[in-house]
Design a protein around this ligand. Structure first.
Ligand SMILES: C[S@@+](CC[C@H](N)C(=O)[O-])C[C@H]1O[C@@H](n2cnc3c(N)ncnc32)[C@H](O)[C@@H]1O
Length: 237
């Protein structure tokens, strides 16, 4: 029997095959978020075969990568009074140092979310080196599209306008009593319960209230600073 491909000229069937591969890749990139653990990469929809390549960046990061100094990480976790019952999320997790430290010190489950697949790869390597892959996972997602409602502690090192943009999402998802710690940046008119200076870094601490005031829950149109103009401006010390 003659197969459909044998009936077509070879160049045409090659083009059809190529077009199919491209459309399938585009479909995959656009329709699902990708989560990565140390030993496998999987989509939110269905597990992928081991060894499948990392998906491309979802979009450009809203803020450049700058790591929090380890002394500040330690203090952030202390200020949030992290304990063995907590579930921690770091939104914009970079090399994974905050979730990894939390898992190492307190034995808790921790998740890092980052839009940049390079950071996810790096974080997974670091989690493996630290021996915490059973408690820590890193998700290659846009934090503004992420679900973190099981968090009891959320850590941030973003930008002031991103914190304010994120505020309604924090109130919508997090239970009252959830602790939020931010390195360097405040939350606009949501005043912190506490601030602390560690060297040149300021740490801000909030607890999600039972009934957040309407003005704090309101969605604002954020003026996001383009990543290209952030270097040396926001993080200058
Ligand atoms: C300043 S770094 C902080 C890294 C880490 N949390 C720390 O304190 O060491 C910000 C991180 O947020 C990530 N990021 C930027 N925009 C994001 C977005 N929309 N969703 C998820 N991650 C994002 C960047 O890739 C970067 O790794």
């Amino acid at each position: 029997m003659i197969s459909p491909q044998q009936q077509l000229p070879r160049s045409l069937s090659n083009r059809i095959a190529l077009a199919t591969i491209i459309s399938l890749s585009l479909l995959g990139a656009g329709c699902s978020t990708t989560s990565t653990t140390s030993d496998r990469t999987e989509t939110a929809d269905a597990p992928a075969a081991p060894g499948v390549a990392q998906a491309p960046t979802l979009r450009s990061p809203d803020v450049v990568y700058v790591p929090t100094p380890q002394a500040v990480v330690d203090r952030m976790l202390a200020i949030a009074k992290v304990n063995s019952k907590d579930v921690l999320y770091d939104l914009g997790s970079g090399d994974g140092r905050i979730p990894i430290t939390a898992a190492q010190k307190f034995g808790i489950r921790a998740t890092g979310i980052d839009i940049n697949p390079e950071r996810i790869k790096e974080a997974n390597t670091n989690a493996q080196t630290a021996g915490v892959t059973d408690r820590v996972r890193f998700l290659n997602q846009d934090l503004f599209q992420s679900k973190f409602s099981d968090a009891t502690v959320v850590t941030l090192y973003l930008l002031p306008e991103l914190n304010v943009k994120l505020r309604p999402q924090l109130f919508a998802q997090l239970k009252p009593g959830t602790r939020i710690v931010s390195h360097a940046f405040d939350m606009g008119d949501w005043k912190p319960d506490r601030t602390e200076q560690v060297g040149t870094s300021t740490i801000y601490f909030w607890t999600v209230p039972k009934n957040p005031p309407a003005n704090l829950r309101a969605v604002r149109v954020a003026q996001t600073t383009p990543v290209s103009s952030q270097a040396g401006k926001v993080y200058a010390r």
